[in-house]
Design a protein. Structure first.
Length: 261
Protein backbone atom coordinates (compact mmCIF):
# COMPACT_ATOMS: atom_id res chain seq x y z
CA UNK A 1 0.00 0.00 0.00
CA UNK A 2 1.05 3.59 -0.72
CA UNK A 3 0.01 6.27 1.72
CA UNK A 4 0.94 9.95 1.73
CA UNK A 5 -0.06 11.85 4.85
CA UNK A 6 -0.12 15.66 4.67
CA UNK A 7 2.96 15.71 2.44
CA UNK A 8 4.54 19.01 1.44
CA UNK A 9 7.76 19.49 -0.51
CA UNK A 10 9.68 22.74 -0.78
CA UNK A 11 13.01 22.83 -2.62
CA UNK A 12 15.99 24.92 -1.58
CA UNK A 13 15.39 27.35 -4.45
CA UNK A 14 12.02 28.21 -2.90
CA UNK A 15 9.85 26.14 -5.25
CA UNK A 16 6.92 24.70 -3.36
CA UNK A 17 6.19 21.55 -5.38
CA UNK A 18 3.56 19.85 -3.19
CA UNK A 19 1.17 21.28 -0.62
CA UNK A 20 -0.33 19.14 2.15
CA UNK A 21 -1.00 16.15 -0.14
CA UNK A 22 -2.77 13.10 1.29
CA UNK A 23 -3.29 10.00 -0.82
CA UNK A 24 -3.85 6.28 -0.34
CA UNK A 25 -3.36 3.58 -3.01
CA UNK A 26 -4.33 0.01 -2.18
CA UNK A 27 -2.29 -3.09 -3.05
CA UNK A 28 -2.97 -4.25 -6.62
CA UNK A 29 -4.62 -0.98 -7.63
CA UNK A 30 -4.00 0.73 -11.01
CA UNK A 31 -4.10 4.53 -10.92
CA UNK A 32 -3.31 7.46 -13.19
CA UNK A 33 -1.59 10.63 -11.98
CA UNK A 34 -2.35 13.56 -14.29
CA UNK A 35 -1.54 17.25 -14.36
CA UNK A 36 0.21 19.96 -16.38
CA UNK A 37 3.97 20.48 -16.47
CA UNK A 38 5.20 21.79 -13.14
CA UNK A 39 2.17 20.53 -11.23
CA UNK A 40 4.18 18.28 -8.89
CA UNK A 41 3.92 14.92 -10.64
CA UNK A 42 7.67 14.41 -10.94
CA UNK A 43 8.21 15.36 -7.31
CA UNK A 44 5.63 12.77 -6.30
CA UNK A 45 7.57 10.08 -8.19
CA UNK A 46 10.84 11.16 -6.56
CA UNK A 47 9.25 10.93 -3.12
CA UNK A 48 7.95 7.43 -3.85
CA UNK A 49 11.29 6.08 -5.09
CA UNK A 50 13.30 7.72 -2.31
CA UNK A 51 15.14 10.22 -4.48
CA UNK A 52 13.65 13.09 -2.47
CA UNK A 53 12.29 13.37 1.08
CA UNK A 54 9.24 15.39 2.09
CA UNK A 55 9.66 18.73 3.83
CA UNK A 56 6.77 17.73 6.07
CA UNK A 57 4.37 14.81 6.30
CA UNK A 58 5.11 11.15 5.65
CA UNK A 59 5.42 8.84 2.64
CA UNK A 60 4.64 5.23 3.50
CA UNK A 61 5.19 2.42 0.98
CA UNK A 62 4.46 -1.15 2.08
CA UNK A 63 4.78 0.02 5.68
CA UNK A 64 8.17 1.71 5.12
CA UNK A 65 8.50 5.41 5.95
CA UNK A 66 10.50 6.31 2.85
CA UNK A 67 11.38 9.83 4.00
CA UNK A 68 13.14 8.50 7.09
CA UNK A 69 15.31 5.95 5.34
CA UNK A 70 19.04 6.36 5.71
CA UNK A 71 20.76 7.01 2.38
CA UNK A 72 22.66 3.76 2.80
CA UNK A 73 19.34 1.87 2.96
CA UNK A 74 17.54 3.48 0.02
CA UNK A 75 18.93 0.98 -2.49
CA UNK A 76 17.43 -1.88 -0.46
CA UNK A 77 14.05 -0.16 -0.48
CA UNK A 78 14.22 0.35 -4.25
CA UNK A 79 14.31 -3.39 -4.73
CA UNK A 80 10.63 -3.36 -3.78
CA UNK A 81 9.61 -0.91 -6.49
CA UNK A 82 10.14 -0.57 -10.22
CA UNK A 83 10.35 2.68 -12.17
CA UNK A 84 9.99 3.05 -15.94
CA UNK A 85 11.39 6.37 -17.11
CA UNK A 86 10.22 8.24 -20.18
CA UNK A 87 13.72 8.11 -21.74
CA UNK A 88 13.96 4.31 -21.10
CA UNK A 89 17.58 4.50 -19.79
CA UNK A 90 18.64 1.28 -21.49
CA UNK A 91 22.31 0.28 -21.63
CA UNK A 92 23.21 0.73 -25.33
CA UNK A 93 26.05 -1.82 -25.40
CA UNK A 94 23.93 -4.61 -23.93
CA UNK A 95 21.30 -6.80 -25.59
CA UNK A 96 17.66 -6.86 -24.53
CA UNK A 97 18.31 -10.00 -22.49
CA UNK A 98 21.37 -8.45 -20.84
CA UNK A 99 19.55 -5.21 -20.03
CA UNK A 100 16.83 -7.10 -18.19
CA UNK A 101 19.31 -9.49 -16.55
CA UNK A 102 21.35 -6.58 -15.22
CA UNK A 103 18.53 -5.61 -12.85
CA UNK A 104 18.82 -9.05 -11.27
CA UNK A 105 22.60 -9.36 -11.33
CA UNK A 106 22.95 -6.45 -8.91
CA UNK A 107 20.75 -8.42 -6.50
CA UNK A 108 23.29 -11.27 -6.55
CA UNK A 109 20.67 -13.68 -7.86
CA UNK A 110 22.04 -17.05 -9.10
CA UNK A 111 22.61 -17.19 -12.87
CA UNK A 112 20.10 -19.97 -13.42
CA UNK A 113 17.33 -18.03 -11.68
CA UNK A 114 18.27 -14.91 -13.62
CA UNK A 115 17.96 -16.67 -16.97
CA UNK A 116 14.62 -18.18 -15.98
CA UNK A 117 13.15 -14.88 -14.80
CA UNK A 118 14.41 -12.95 -17.83
CA UNK A 119 12.79 -15.45 -20.16
CA UNK A 120 9.54 -15.12 -18.19
CA UNK A 121 9.36 -11.33 -18.42
CA UNK A 122 10.44 -11.17 -22.07
CA UNK A 123 7.61 -13.54 -22.89
CA UNK A 124 5.22 -11.42 -20.81
CA UNK A 125 6.13 -8.25 -22.74
CA UNK A 126 6.21 -10.08 -26.10
CA UNK A 127 9.95 -9.63 -26.71
CA UNK A 128 11.15 -13.23 -26.56
CA UNK A 129 12.25 -13.01 -30.20
CA UNK A 130 14.28 -9.84 -29.56
CA UNK A 131 16.42 -11.09 -26.68
CA UNK A 132 19.70 -10.76 -28.67
CA UNK A 133 18.93 -7.36 -30.18
CA UNK A 134 20.62 -4.14 -29.08
CA UNK A 135 18.49 -1.09 -28.11
CA UNK A 136 19.36 0.74 -31.35
CA UNK A 137 17.86 -2.17 -33.31
CA UNK A 138 14.48 -1.78 -31.62
CA UNK A 139 11.48 0.42 -32.31
CA UNK A 140 10.38 2.97 -29.71
CA UNK A 141 7.63 0.65 -28.48
CA UNK A 142 10.07 -2.27 -28.19
CA UNK A 143 12.52 -0.12 -26.23
CA UNK A 144 9.71 0.86 -23.90
CA UNK A 145 8.71 -2.77 -23.38
CA UNK A 146 12.36 -3.63 -22.65
CA UNK A 147 12.40 -0.92 -19.97
CA UNK A 148 9.20 -2.33 -18.49
CA UNK A 149 10.62 -5.87 -18.53
CA UNK A 150 13.70 -4.67 -16.68
CA UNK A 151 11.55 -2.83 -14.11
CA UNK A 152 9.35 -5.84 -13.31
CA UNK A 153 12.12 -8.49 -13.44
CA UNK A 154 12.75 -8.21 -9.69
CA UNK A 155 9.01 -8.67 -9.01
CA UNK A 156 8.37 -5.26 -7.45
CA UNK A 157 5.23 -4.71 -5.43
CA UNK A 158 4.82 -1.30 -7.09
CA UNK A 159 5.56 -0.19 -10.66
CA UNK A 160 5.77 3.53 -11.42
CA UNK A 161 5.61 4.46 -15.11
CA UNK A 162 6.52 8.04 -16.04
CA UNK A 163 4.77 9.05 -19.27
CA UNK A 164 5.00 5.50 -20.71
CA UNK A 165 3.18 6.50 -23.90
CA UNK A 166 4.72 9.95 -24.37
CA UNK A 167 6.74 8.96 -27.44
CA UNK A 168 4.29 6.45 -28.94
CA UNK A 169 1.64 6.71 -31.64
CA UNK A 170 -2.04 5.89 -30.83
CA UNK A 171 -1.78 2.22 -31.83
CA UNK A 172 1.38 1.66 -29.78
CA UNK A 173 -0.18 3.60 -26.90
CA UNK A 174 -3.09 1.15 -26.85
CA UNK A 175 -0.69 -1.82 -26.90
CA UNK A 176 1.38 -0.32 -24.08
CA UNK A 177 -1.56 0.27 -21.75
CA UNK A 178 -2.83 -3.25 -22.49
CA UNK A 179 0.58 -4.54 -21.42
CA UNK A 180 0.49 -2.54 -18.18
CA UNK A 181 -2.99 -3.89 -17.46
CA UNK A 182 -1.66 -7.41 -18.08
CA UNK A 183 1.20 -6.85 -15.61
CA UNK A 184 -1.23 -5.47 -13.06
CA UNK A 185 -3.46 -8.51 -13.51
CA UNK A 186 -0.92 -11.34 -13.83
CA UNK A 187 1.94 -10.07 -11.64
CA UNK A 188 -0.42 -8.55 -9.03
CA UNK A 189 1.65 -5.36 -9.22
CA UNK A 190 0.35 -2.01 -8.03
CA UNK A 191 0.54 0.43 -10.98
CA UNK A 192 1.08 4.18 -10.75
CA UNK A 193 1.05 5.69 -14.24
CA UNK A 194 1.96 9.35 -14.68
CA UNK A 195 0.48 10.68 -17.92
CA UNK A 196 -1.03 13.65 -19.72
CA UNK A 197 -2.72 11.43 -22.35
CA UNK A 198 -6.43 12.18 -21.93
CA UNK A 199 -7.44 9.87 -24.80
CA UNK A 200 -5.66 6.91 -23.21
CA UNK A 201 -7.30 7.58 -19.85
CA UNK A 202 -10.70 7.82 -21.51
CA UNK A 203 -10.22 4.57 -23.44
CA UNK A 204 -8.77 2.68 -20.46
CA UNK A 205 -10.53 4.22 -17.45
CA UNK A 206 -8.98 3.81 -14.02
CA UNK A 207 -8.91 5.79 -10.82
CA UNK A 208 -7.52 9.18 -11.88
CA UNK A 209 -5.83 11.72 -9.61
CA UNK A 210 -5.23 15.21 -10.96
CA UNK A 211 -2.57 17.49 -9.51
CA UNK A 212 -2.38 21.21 -10.15
CA UNK A 213 0.09 23.64 -8.56
CA UNK A 214 1.06 21.01 -6.00
CA UNK A 215 -2.50 20.26 -4.87
CA UNK A 216 -4.70 17.24 -5.56
CA UNK A 217 -7.73 18.81 -7.25
CA UNK A 218 -9.65 15.65 -8.17
CA UNK A 219 -9.54 11.96 -7.25
CA UNK A 220 -12.10 10.08 -9.30
CA UNK A 221 -13.00 6.45 -9.78
CA UNK A 222 -14.11 5.34 -13.28
CA UNK A 223 -17.82 5.10 -13.90
CA UNK A 224 -19.00 1.47 -13.94
CA UNK A 225 -19.52 0.08 -17.44
CA UNK A 226 -23.08 -0.74 -18.42
CA UNK A 227 -23.88 -4.38 -19.13
CA UNK A 228 -24.64 -5.17 -22.77
CA UNK A 229 -28.22 -6.08 -21.86
CA UNK A 230 -28.68 -2.64 -20.27
CA UNK A 231 -27.28 -0.89 -23.32
CA UNK A 232 -29.53 -2.89 -25.67
CA UNK A 233 -32.56 -2.14 -23.52
CA UNK A 234 -31.98 1.61 -23.65
CA UNK A 235 -31.62 1.45 -27.43
CA UNK A 236 -34.98 -0.33 -28.01
CA UNK A 237 -37.91 2.02 -28.55
CA UNK A 238 -40.67 1.52 -26.05
CA UNK A 239 -44.18 0.90 -27.39
CA UNK A 240 -46.52 3.82 -26.68
CA UNK A 241 -48.66 3.16 -23.64
CA UNK A 242 -52.34 3.95 -23.96
CA UNK A 243 -54.08 4.61 -20.67
CA UNK A 244 -57.38 2.93 -19.75
CA UNK A 245 -59.01 6.36 -19.50
CA UNK A 246 -58.10 7.12 -23.11
CA UNK A 247 -59.56 3.79 -24.29
CA UNK A 248 -62.79 4.41 -22.43
CA UNK A 249 -63.10 7.88 -23.95
CA UNK A 250 -62.70 6.51 -27.49
CA UNK A 251 -65.29 3.78 -26.85
CA UNK A 252 -67.81 6.30 -25.49
CA UNK A 253 -67.37 8.55 -28.56
CA UNK A 254 -67.79 5.56 -30.89
CA UNK A 255 -70.92 4.39 -29.01
CA UNK A 256 -72.51 7.81 -29.27
CA UNK A 257 -71.98 7.70 -33.04
CA UNK A 258 -73.47 4.21 -33.29
CA UNK A 259 -70.22 2.45 -34.14
CA UNK A 260 -70.28 0.08 -31.16
CA UNK A 261 -73.08 -2.50 -30.93
Amino acid sequence: MIELKNVSKKYRNGTHALHDVSLKVNDGEFIYIMGPTGSGKSTLIKLLDGEEVPTSGSVLVSGINVGRLKKSKVYLYRRKIGVVFQDYRLLPEKTVFENVAYALEILDMPDEKIRKRVREVLKLVDLADKSNAKPNELSGGQQQRTAIARAIAKKPTILIADEPTGNLDPDMTNEMINLLEKINREEKTTLVVVTHNDVMVENHPKRTIRIEAGHIVTDRMPEPKKEESEVEQTEVEEEPVVSETAVETVEEEAYSEGEVS
